[in-house]
Design a protein around this ligand. Sequence first.
Ligand code: PLP
Length: 394
Amino acid sequence: MNPLSWIDDELASLERQHLRRRPPTHEGPQSVRLSIDGRELINFGSNDYLALASDPRLSRAASKAAARVGWGSGASPLVTGRAALHRQLEERLAEFEGTEAAVLFSSGFAANLGAIAALAGPGDTVYCDRKNHASLWDGCRLSRADVRVYPHNDCRRLAELLAVAGRCRRRLIVTDGLFSMDGDLAPLAELAELAERHRAMLLVDEAHATGVFGRNGRGAAEHFGVEDRVHVRVGTLSKALGGSGGFVAGRTALIEWLVNRARSYVFSTAAPAAGSAAALAALDVVRDEPQRREALLARAQALRDRLRAQGWSTGASASQIIPVIVGDPRRATALSAKLLERGLFVPAIRPPTVPDGEALLRVSLTAGHTEEMIAALLNALAQYRETETAPGRV
Ligand SMILES: *Cc1c(COP(=O)(O)O)cnc(C)c1O
């Protein structure tokens, strides 16, 4: 018997539960309009919040750089992989974040794995919000520290967990700044306060907030005015900054420690340097066009209001990430399929990405969406609600 045959059974089981997923493939650029299987769709599924992924300023910067420095990096940054462009971007990220230093990783996922496991180990305790991103969870597990999970954004429970002194060596609190599925912000002022009171390190993953929140687009920490109190600031180049790669910003000693000890940095080839040129161009846009993020957040607020007026729950969303909570995964899939028929791509998010019974449609708004596109989404959702609640429906 084929030792892999169990996988067929597992896949069939996923299929029966409506949980089997397949990555849709698009032609052409990834932007607010997406071409999938020859169909033109309006894209409400991407994290390209500032609509930079297809901005010609980024691709031009990347191709110019690639023509000059080539494509591949050839080695880990610690060997021969670090190019002048990487260094320039690291310095620029530190300046952008207002920190002493920054270090690039090949992805945000790698940044979290590497940073958490380098900062905590056996004998230490890591405190993890239940709704943290998978990469933060995996970093916690990988660290082999004692992992304490607190209910989502529940500072009172976290305070209780921290008060249990134990014999732990170091403590690390780990949280998303802006939560990726619920679109709500972490209470960073309270978390910073708790970290100070208990002499814990505080790591905030700003993946969804970088470029969107804060006066300079630095993220949730800037939004709450607690930048100096967040010791480890993780960000990604792959969402609002329209490219690919992750980074950590903070004190020089922290960054040097990660360069020496974060395994996803030490044992992984540096990303193509041309990507750093694109990220530098993206940071120029974030600096020069604050109206992009301001307009985005204003439109998100308006969309949430309209959705609630239609009777949908958008949970605790306070951002450009707007969950339309439907509960049952089958209902989520059905709704997503209905929207697709009308040319609207809105992914259904099902367990295990969200807890059981909390399936949702994740509407992610970007600076590229027009009022007409948003109106089309609202119309389609209103119609679906009417057919669902219509009398005589079986
Ligand atoms: C997307 C995401 C990451 C991973 O970043 P990538 O650059 O896509 O690997 C990390 N943390 C959070 C909260 C994210 O949403």
